[in-house]
Design a binder for this molecule. Structure first.
Ligand code: ATP
Ligand code: MG
Length: 310
């Protein structure tokens, strides 16, 4: 059983839709594979964009200096981590989450967004830097322990058990505290009425958007104070994407602080309180959602508008 499975996150089917198309092939050929709002039109543009991003990264200062981690709910400070020995994917990443905040992480494919979330959730060892929850180090805590400490995680893919019913999926979310199942099932069904209505249905028979609700519902079963969401809208139709963003705000309104990785960069920045642009495992830009949406460099390099027209 992998760490995420052990923590109640399932293995199952891959959900994300492939997008294909000439623009993606061109971006692929240039070694990048952007799916944030507007992929570059052609190979030349993709490599030019890449060059500009690298130049901007060279000049990027530290994201923020955290002098007192206990002032935040969660802090990842100057974190280095990776999968293969001596290859660091995260190269000194910093992220803070205040009590009650929704924080978004955007950035190109391969930037290390999922890696950062997985490292926070204890699925990858921290090679450098610190991660704290309410000021206390969680660096060597397992995913299990983090779930018990109030951290919920919804992976980017394979986030429901397709052969189990909705109810059984939710039950997996509280396997550490089965006694709270009924109480939490009622609370989660209030937030996601569909999960109550479909409780006896196999999760594999649900639509992508409905399955995403199951995955979020499962993570909420343990009554987390922090929810880590990795691309919750990936592969969903625009209507379901909106629904998910709306649900994230509703979940937040119940007192859950959220870190959300998103491919829908603009929409994410509209919804979140603060955002982080990651690139090549480093902090490229940080600010409120509005600041990032209005920043000409972020627009040009990561939101695609100028890359499309210029
Ligand atoms: N299990 C793994 N083993 C080795 N390398 C990995 C593994 N998972 C990811 N990587 C590498 O780490 C880098 C960052 O990957 P990560 O999944 O964090 O990117 P991301 O920003 O989430 O991208 P995406 O937008 O495509 O989801 C990539 O170069 C990827 O190839
Ligand atoms: Mg990812």
């Amino acid at each position: 059983m992998s760490g995420s499975e052990a923590a109640g996150a399932p293995g199952g089917e891959q959900r994300r839709d492939g997008q294909g198309g000439a623009a993606e092939q061109a971006a692929d050929a240039a070694g990048r594979h952007d799916r944030i709002d507007h992929p570059p039109e052609n190979r030349e543009e993709a490599s030019l964009l890449q060059e500009h991003r690298e130049e901007a990264l060279e000049h990027a200062g530290p994201a923020e200096r955290v002098t007192d981690p206990s002032r935040y709910l969660l802090v990842a400070d100057s974190v280095t981590a990776g999968y293969v020995p001596e290859v660091n994917i995260l190269d000194g990443c910093t992220l803070t989450l205040g009590e009650g905040e929704v924080v978004g992480i955007i950035g190109p494919n391969g930037a290390g967004k999922s890696t950062l979330i997985k490292t926070i959730f204890g699925l990858l060892p921290v090679r450098g830097g610190t991660i704290t929850l309410r000021g206390e180090s969680i660096v060597r805590r397992s995913a299990h322990e983090l779930v018990s400490s109030g951290v919920g995680y919804v992976p980017q893919t394979q986030n429901v058990f397709p052969s189990l019913t909705v109810e059984e999926n939710l039950e997996m979310g509280v396997f550490l505290r089965p006694k709270i199942f009924q109480r939490r099932m009622s609370a989660v069904a209030e937030l996601f009425p569909l999960l109550g209505e479909r409780r006896k249905q196999k999760a594999g028979a649900l639509s992508g958007g409905e399955r995403q609700m199951v995955a979020m519902g499962r993570a909420l079963m343990m009554e987390p104070s922090v929810l880590l969401l990795d691309e919750p809208t990936a592969g969903l139709s625009p209507i379901f994407q909106d629904e998910v963003f709306h649900r994230v705000r509703e979940i937040n309104a119940t007192g859950v602080s959220v870190i959300m990785v998103e491919q829908n960069a603009r929409r994410c920045l509209q919804v979140c309180d603060r955002g982080y642009v990651l690139d090549q495992g480093r902090n490229a830009y940080t600010g409120t959602g509005r600041e990032l949406l209005d920043d000409p460099n972020v627009i040009e390099l990561y939101l695609g508008t100028l890359a499309q027209t210029g």
